[in-house]
Write a protein that binds this ligand. Sequence first.
Ligand SMILES: C[S@@+](CC[C@H](N)C(=O)[O-])C[C@H]1O[C@@H](n2cnc3c(N)ncnc32)[C@H](O)[C@@H]1O
Length: 197
Amino acid sequence: MDYNSIYKNKNLFGTEPHWLVRKILKYKKSGTVLDIGAGQGRNSLFLAKNGFEVTAIDTSAEGIKKIQESVARDGLSVETEIADINGFKFEKQYDVIVVLFALQHLIKDDVPVLLEKINGHTALYGLNVVAAFTTEGDFYKLQRNRKYFYPAPGQLKETYKDWNVLEWEEKQSTAFQKDKEGRQLKNLTSFLISQKR
Ligand SMILES: C[S@@+](CC[C@H](N)C(=O)[O-])C[C@H]1O[C@@H](n2cnc3c(N)ncnc32)[C@H](O)[C@@H]1O
């Protein structure tokens, strides 16, 4: 998917934060956040507005540019970096790490290593906030090769079995992409907020 050309012309995911990100406020009122694959920033901006110190990273220069424009317009402070998460240098512990709808862009074998890094750079009692499309869905089925990361239903929760799972849901989500017949694609999607203990 060419996010740069999409982000140039439209706000793909809108300005409202995802409902899972709103739930962070139930558990944390401040702290450092790393938003991985931040897109055009709907979640980073919401967290910055609510008093968090946010670092937003994305491979898309256009996405990062849109975040910087919003930050300047709203007088917020968000650190941004055009970066591939695979090469990102984790230099500190974060209170919250957010990975929403980005894991399906990563090579299957790279994700366990990345999740370990994410876990290792989460502060004690810090949160990991993850939304991921599962193998039960159109995105997974339509892949030409099966090289990208899609967890099986339940797999993400199992990955966090040594943490406190604060929020866990698996439900169908409807994508904006359509199939050849014009039907919107659907995916069983995992939603998780987990706390390190
Ligand atoms: C479906 S969008 C989700 C955007 C955002 N998380 C949200 O929920 O609004 C996925 C994002 O992940 C980014 N991405 C894909 N591969 C990446 C990588 N290896 N490192 C960092 N970001 C990546 C894409 O550029 C895109 O902006």
